[in-house]
Design a protein around this ligand. Sequence first.
Ligand code: MN
Ligand code: MN
Length: 461
Amino acid sequence: MELTYQKKNVYEVADEAQMGRIETFSQKYKDFLTYSKTERDAVKLSVAMAERAGYKPFRFGDALSVGDKRYYNNRGKNLFLFTVGADDIEKTGVRILAAHIDSPRVDLKPVPLYEKAGGAFFKTHYYGGLKKYQWTAIPLALHGVVTLADGTVKDITVGEEETDPVFYISDLLPHLAQKQNERKLAVGIEGEELNLWAGGMPAKNGEKGKGDQQEKDGVKKGVLRILQKKYGIREEDFLSAELTAVPALKPRDVGFDGAYIAAYGHDDKVCAFPALMAQLEYEGKGTTMTVLADKEEIGSEGVTGMQCALFTDLLEEICAARGKNVRAVRAASSCLSADVTSAYDPTFADAFEKNNAAVCSCGVALMKYTGARGKSGASDASAEFMGRVAAKLNQAGVVWQTSELGKVDLGGGGTVAKYIASKNIDTLDVGTPVISMHSPYELISKGDLYHTYLAFRAFFQ
Ligand code: MN
Ligand code: MN
């Protein structure tokens, strides 16, 4: 054993065979990301993958027996997957991975559509912590659902196919930005300036063509006619919709050597995908659960967030089926809160304290605590639990490092960890370091992605 501690670089320690596995896993991850931009997309894809792996849906009241592999689809936005093991869960506990599948984005307001100066626009309300100026002048796709008056729910995805139109938030040209340039960066673009360009051709009276008079709100009506024709939507149906604009960008390798992947939604699909794979591939005798949560970016609230009672309801069902005391099981259980952390960025070195920052390609990051200022709001994992997880990772040859988000008084953040720990379950934050977090196109290292997956597999063993 070395006397001094030093980070290891995944690419330095990986042999040729592992380099191959890193590339193969990265390819699968990019495919997953392409079709999981929103929590609804991610649940749909994950359910299909779970069913292929032999998982069956669980309904409350269903009998459960040893060897069962089940999933619970919560309202299409949050997914629980679990195996029922032969182990005595009052002693071994349930091993839990909890990641989230919602990502920062720009949602449509309930009354979004308006016309101005010959253009049709959507008003938006951003979701999660955005640097708003980053969401202008990039291609955006619309994803979501609209509930019609008769109760039909229409799925909508526009902007992902090469032949689809995209949507667009404008910024002011530099030639006229003298006043805008004096704004602070945080308000360089303000919330009410995030308006989506949604159309520009006026509908003609009765659509008869030549010679017709232009109507009032003709462009808005033109957009509504297209929506009616394609989806049967009237303007009022927007009031019962969840439509969101996400970057219409595909994951791409970055750098001559392809060491990195840039994509929308690494936070937190870069943890959700490895967690899902570890769960689906698990063949051991233990009881395991993977949670793909919604609403993490806005505080884990609501019926699809991690604070919902559904999590403990499902644990209770497993305990009841096995004739176990749920309180004893929770006390023995353990969880990795699988969420990203910030990666040290040498361009913005000032924001980090280098010894305690996660560095790209130095492996999956363990965060004993998150929070802000004096660890406010943190779920501080015990030294004992941290040590137990570290030992497991070392035994499995996982390259890992520790992480603090950044310099102590610069800001902070949180994860779902505290909502699981509050149920008397030992919980540690473990995840992949990310560059440009919460931007429309985030960056991760393929090596870190792969070792995140190895860490989750090791945790289940
Ligand atoms: Mn996250
Ligand atoms: Mn986040």
